[in-house]
Design a protein around this ligand. Structure first.
Ligand code: GP9
Ligand code: MN
Length: 627
């Protein structure tokens, strides 16, 4: 009896039980899974393994601090996964978690996403510290766990179960990361992700050999073959070179979705400047985000390369050593000067590597803009354009064509725009809702764009420029919603908010004298298509340039691949959006028109095509030389 009591007093027992409870808790908040057997077979084996290892190697004195350390590490892993999941809807890999250093910079967003109950994960830790400080309960029980009789067998058993689970799930391809972590176990999932590498264990077979990957024409022919595209010679392309020699100003708006464009609330336009501009622009309103774990930086990568991002990790980190073929490099050959402007620290998203990889001549980051007019993550977008403007005028005066990529930041989650910025006046009941705040942030973007265009006109730059803007990725996600948000969105959209709305970002091109008639196109498009479309207008030939996107002014049929935000293998075609779950078979197809579920069997070919394209893009990126 005494013996048993002492055993329950051991730190070994307390640690194992409290971590197991946490695993139950976290599996419930992530997957709404309350199956205890799952937790025991999948997670407990790892917890036991860790505890046995401590028992095995640590001296008596070291045990307690080691348990405390492991407790805080594992609890923080669970905590981090829960917060990350509430923003991205994805289970982060070890790689994404390693970028947790960035959290400080987006702390306002993170604080909003933390639910009070997440702190329960630290309850036992606090209790243990309390015990340690008050010393009310003796720290070390006089009960010694026998290494031979208890620890060794447990160690072998837990190790065997972990190993068996790893082998059992190794070749099981589950495209939905949350489902994968639920089925395989969180620790197993992390271990397997590390083993698979950045693209999550999906078939990565490249349709071309290493040798073939050295030849751009062969690669492009293969892409065209998979996509069913017929190459059109430059001389026969619509609008080819219509804006030859003009400056290119490309603006990436943070978290900007398509739905606020043209939207009126109580008769007042949310984006009056954009709406006006669109009348004399090419506007693609059926275009979808294709970013991966690198989020904003992936959008920057895609917009400049027309290549698929790495997927489960930020492209800027995973391929940090690579020299990417890119728009800045193509334009350099045409005598352009290229630079990018983003008012954050340049090491955020490893842009310090990304920008040289993309071949920009210069970049302007936080140090250049200074800590002025701070909103959210840093200097406001008004500072971005006001300080960026002299760079443009300087080059304009020298008659030097330029490509300026502006990357906005103010409209980042949690979308708090100070009242003195004359924010969009919301109806009373929209106030304090996240949708309301988002509308205000987008209306701020619109105001900034309006001011920017006025300045470009005043400086005489406008007429000789192609100005385009797009959204980097979604801003509204159900995990951000409070009670009234879904209702408000439904009211604004006239229908239930769906993933089609969520991933739909705008792409607008204005070239005075060329796009004056205006053209709103609902042809299917993706972010990868932006670069080829702009290159066509500027008369930049993509003959020897590998691009997975297509020029929207010359090709209508499209197939848009998506990874990360949706399981890899997800795609949009002209009719539906398809999302696989474990595999194609249990996936779901929704019509783009009404988000109605339809049988997906007829779309198997498109699924296979998308996986081929992803595999080829990955192989191509891997084959690129270093900087
Ligand atoms: C920070 C900004 C935010 O520099 O780009 O990135 P996000 O959180 O949207 O990826
Ligand atoms: Mn972003």
């Amino acid at each position: 009896m005494q013996q048993r009591k002492a055993f329950f007093g051991t730190i070994f027992f307390i640690f194992t039980i409290s971590m197991a409870l946490k695993a139950v808790f976290v599996r419930y908040i992530l997957f709404q899974n309350n199956n205890l057997l799952d937790t025991i077979t999948l997670e407990l084996s790892y917890i036991l393994l860790f505890a046995c290892l401590i028992e095995y190697i640590a001296t008596n004195k070291l045990k307690f601090p080691l348990y405390l350390l492991l407790n805080i590490l594992l609890s923080t892993l669970f905590f981090g996964i829960a917060v990350y999941h509430s923003y991205f809807g994805n289970i982060p890999t070890y790689y994404a978690l390693m970028q947790a250093g960035q959290v400080g910079a987006v702390k306002d967003s993170v604080t909003q996403l933390i639910q009070p109950e997440y702190f329960l994960l630290y309850l036992d830790f606090i209790l243990m510290i309390g015990i340690l400080l008050t010393r009310k309960i003796p720290l070390r029980s006089n009960f010694k766990l026998s290494k031979v009789k208890v620890i060794s067998p447990l160690l072998v058993l837990s190790f065997a179960v972990c190993l068996a689970n790893l082998f059992l799930h190794k070749d099981e391809i589950i495209t939905n990361s949350a489902l994968a972590a639920e089925t395989k176990g969180i620790f197993n999932y992390e271990a397997l992700q590390a083993y698979y590498g950045p693209n999550g264990g999906l078939p990565q077979a490249s349709a071309l050999s290493d040798k073939e990957l050295k030849n751009e024409e062969t690669i492009q022919d293969k892409i065209n073959e998979i996509k069913g595209i017929k190459e059109i010679p430059d001389s026969k392309r619509n609008y080819f070179g219509a804006a030859k020699g003009r400056n290119l100003i490309l603006i990436q708006f943070e978290s900007m979705q398509d739905f606020p464009i043209g939207l009126k609330i109580d008769g007042k336009e949310v984006t009056p400047n954009m709406n006006k501009l669109i009348q004399n622009s090419f506007y693609f309103n059926n275009l979808y985000q294709q970013t991966g774990a690198g989020n904003t930086s992936d959008a920057e990568f895609i917009a400049n390369t027309s290549l698929y991002p790495a997927g489960m990790v930020a492209t800027s980190t995973f391929f940090e050593k690579k020299a990417f073929p890119s728009m800045p490099k193509l334009l350099k050959k045409e005598g352009y000067e290229s630079f990018t402007l983003h008012a954050d620290k340049v090491d955020f998203w490893n842009r310090v590597e990304l920008y040289p990889s993309l071949g920009f001549d210069k970049y302007y980051a936080l140090e250049f803009f200074g800590k002025e007019d701070l909103i959210g993550l840093g200097p406001s977008d008004e500072v971005l354009i006001n300080k960026g403007m002299p760079l443009l005028t300087g080059l304009h005066e020298k008659n030097k064509p330029f490509y300026a990529h502006f990357v906005s930041m103010t409209s980042h989650h949690p979308y708090v725009i100070p009242a003195d910025k004359d924010v969009f006046d919301l109806p009373e009941r929209y106030k304090n809702s996240i949708v309301g705040k988002y509308i205000q942030a987008i209306s701020y973007n619109d105001m900034v764009l309006g001011k920017f265009i006025e300045q470009l006109k005043a400086e005489g730059i406008w007429e000789n420029t192609v100005l385009a803007f797009y959204g980097d990725h979604m801003g509204m996600h159900h995990t951000m919603f409070k009670e009234k948000d879904p209702e408000i969105l439904k009211e604004l959209l006239g229908h239930e908010y769906t993933k089609i709305d969520r991933f739909n970002v705008p792409f607008v091109i204005t070239a005075p004298g060329i796009t004056d008639q205006g053209m709103t196109s609902d042809q299917l498009a993706g972010q990868l298509d932006m670069m080829p479309t702009l290159a066509n207008l500027l008369g930049v030939s993509l003959k020897d340039y590998v691009h997975f996107g297509q020029d929207l002014l010359n090709h209508k049929e499209n197939l848009i691949g998506m990874r990360y935000y949706m399981p890899a293998g997800s795609f949009f075609n002209g009719e539906i959006v398809f999302t696989p779950e474990k595999s194609f078979d249990d996936g779901e197809a929704l019509t783009l028109e009404t988000a109605t579920k339809v049988p997906h069997a007829p779309y198997k070919k498109d699924y296979d095509r998308i996986l081929q394209l992803l595999g080829l893009s990955d192989a191509y990126l891997k084959s690129l030389p270093e900087k």
